[in-house]
Design a protein around this ligand. Sequence first.
Ligand code: AMP
Ligand code: ZN
Length: 470
Amino acid sequence: MPEFRLYNSLTRQDEPFAPADGQTVRFYACGPTVYNPAHLGNFRTFLFEDLLRRVIRLRGWDIEQVMNLTDVDDKIIKRATEQGKTIREVTDPIVEIFHADREFLRVQRAEHYPRATDYIAEMITLVQRLEQKGVAYKADDNSVYFAIDKFPTYGTLSRLDTREIKSGARVSQDEYAKENAQDFALWKSAKAEDEACEAAWDSPWGRGRPGWHLECSAMAMAILGETIDLHAGGIDLMFPHHEDEIAQSEAATGKPFARCWCHGEFLLTDGTKMAKRVGNVATVADLRANKVSPAALRHFVFSTHYRKQLNLSGEALEASQEAVRRVGDFADRLERELAGTPELAQVAETLMVEATAALYDDLNAPRAMAALFDFISAANREFDRRGSDKGSLLRARDVFAQVNAVLDIIPERGLDDATLAAWVEEQLRLRADARGRRDFAAADEIRKAIEAKGIVIEDAAGATRWKVVR
Ligand code: AMP
Ligand code: ZN
């Protein structure tokens, strides 16, 4: 079996990866801030994490994945205040939309989706541990801060120049730039607007709420343990979010927090990072409105390596629609064919070897996908030769299913009228060919495959008509 390798942001190199216990990968992925439906940029990151999850399973390991839902932070409180709601009233419906969108895009369910507001007690305990270690202090604004100069390795992940560290200077916002590498808030004292939207809890330091970074450290360690195998997120989270997670966790436990850190690159529109504040976002709702199949979006995202930037465009999505239509047609043919040539088994073997080698090489999905399309062409050629080897057909089906279990790029029939129409027309052409060479058995098989999709066909006056009946 080829070695499984990942690029570890901590060491800035490709490294062999395996779970510490040899069996179960303990994986934490930073989830959405639930004040607005996630956009396709967020979903590019969640799709990269879905790929990671599925390749881990292909490799034969078990997985225990946590994706947190950030349901208390500066942005949520601002939204709740504007709308005169509690934070729960803002976040509950967004959590539902997140799961519906996630399922639409076939992002597999993680084992845990903890909400930050359900882990306040664990967060308070973590801040207390940090106080006991002398790395946390209560400031005159009644908030508790992490003293970055008391944690000598602060900045290792993002290669922060230590000279930038301003001892004692403080930053209280959840998001800030590298220039503001300062003591950051672990626990923020409650303001009137926090109380008004129910974003305040009792604590040893008075009423307050957790800082964003603290949420992830507390939940990751509570659910997965003090040292986890894998931690992932978008590249923008490396600083300050992940840097601060490392500082809080490692200062408290004295142990490494995550053995491997993986960061996905941005989705762009017209060369600019997709972001709510830029106003260039597209969502799953837009995909549905434009009848872009989830398979096509997955194909589009996986066509570029996760560590490279990717630009969203209508043309690229159309090309992906076309590509996955081929995958769907091939999947149908694989179902329909009764046998293959002996060479088909060889073609399938090549796909298995090339796809796993690519995927285990830092999740090289574009290369795995290229191997899949080569396989589809080669297998179609073998089917055209009409062999009688049942075993090779079964092997081809098995390998195709294993590779597609990672990529998941077969479009759903019936969802997309244009795809369906093109498919039916293609089937009718194949059926006419079969009849032309008097292969009535094959023609009949094709008719059955069409009817199985709820479509009836009528031959009349030398032409064939079809219609959807259900
Ligand atoms: P947020 O809801 O802002 O906390 O972000 C959720 C996830 O989406 C994080 O892992 C971010 O790094 C990621 N993310 C945000 N914008 C983009 C983008 N344009 N492309 C890729 N990932 C993004
Ligand atoms: Zn996080």
